[in-house]
Design a protein around this ligand. Sequence first.
Ligand code: NAP
Length: 474
Amino acid sequence: MKKLHFINGKWTGNELETIEVMNPATQERVGEVPKGGTDETRKAIDAAHDAFSEWSAKTVYERAALLDKLNDAILANQDELARLMTLEMGKPLAEAKGEAAYAASFIDWFAAEGKRMYGQTIPTHAANKRLQVWKQPVGVVAAITPWNFPLAMLTRKMGPALAAGCTVVIKPSRETPLTAIRFVELCEEVGFPAGVVNIVTGSSSQIGGELMANEKVRKVTFTGSTEVGKELMRQGADQVMRLSLELGGHAPIIVLDDADLEKAVNGAIASKFRNSGQTCICGNRIYVQEGIYDKFVDRFTEEVKKLRLGNGLEDNVDVGPLINEAGVEKVETHVKDAVAKGAEVTTGGAAASDLGTCYYQPTVLKNVDHSMIVMSEETFGPVAPIQKVTSDQEAVTLANSSPFGLAAYVFTESNSRGMQVIEKLHYGIVGWNDGAPSAAQAPFGGMKESGMGREGGQQGIEDFLETQYVSIGL
Ligand code: NAP
């Protein structure tokens, strides 16, 4: 399957070298895309810039009508999109179908939310003046997306950007460009005008360099690692680029001794093993209070042993491969380091090389502490380290001892303890007795080095709007 760039309503890039897209489950080639760079990016930006005045002048109702069609198109093609995601990044098919529905929900939500982009009338201080606040679309938006949620991370940006009246240049990850390109095909099919949605694949440094430096781009919305996010901040400084950054995480899961054991085990499994542990809000470290520690470790291990590892296209697979061999090496490093420092493996603990080169067994580690890398660096794999804590305060202190602040989870049946713990957590998202807190209508984003800005919810469209204050003399 060969796919091309989409620039100004035309599929181009046939003459360019290509990048191969591989299936991590089998190491087979799934497709190829053009290796674009600065020139293609500049053309895409020009197209988005030229399309902006007409697109932004449409009424929100006209834009919402197209977004509604796009939502329908994603849902109508849910199975195909899901299969493509499983092929290029490995997640189990059922999860991929869930992602397609989740991705559509952002388009649906923002089609409606666009109709509520209210300005303001401010009481005047002078009888001959009227003061108003208008909301304006920021302009051309660049959307840089990661491989772990190839569709949902895209629609979480495209929904609000398009609803607000912005035009977009997409740069997907080289690991998962096919899903993004299929999404753009759907945009074309439902009738978005030429230049409103563009996509360029290829060299991240060249494409990123042009997106950050080109003065026609007014906003960059990025989801990916904290390292690259910081680099983009540096690159954007010269033109004071408006940025939204959804970056890495290292989510703590706190289980207090009055937690409902089954809720805590199921919630921790949902958070930890979804997408093979490759989500930014994955529980990366579990703190369990001493009164429930042994029981939790036993029940959790029992459930993790039931998870079936395999090719995501097969039936009943719970955990798929990691994205690539480097991903497996990182997980191996974390586990070996923990074991060398005294952690005990209760299940898993090794790569599953009998299945392929990208598989790692679902793993539970007990008796861990903060001297181990796994407790501070994002593992991005199916490894659950469990540390014993004595008090609520110790759990909070350890949870906050991280530069990241994206998601945290708390399991307790006590409202009073739950509220007091959550208020002290420096995390943008908290799941309280809930291992899967994301929803299109809720604000998603992190504190500290996990980023800036929020996606989803009422807040999600604000990042694509400028506030323009108008003082009117009568
Ligand atoms: P990544 O390596 O930072 O890549 C993210 C995107 O940035 C990809 O499209 C990548 O392209 C591109 N990129 C890489 N270097 C670039 C550069 N110098 N200039 C411009 N673009 C550049 O992250 P990833 O490995 O794809 O994703 C995993 C990370 O994303 C994890 O840290 C995870 O926590 C985070 N994440 C955060 C959220 C959130 O909402 N906070 C959600 C999902 C994931 P290439 O792949 O083509 O190099």
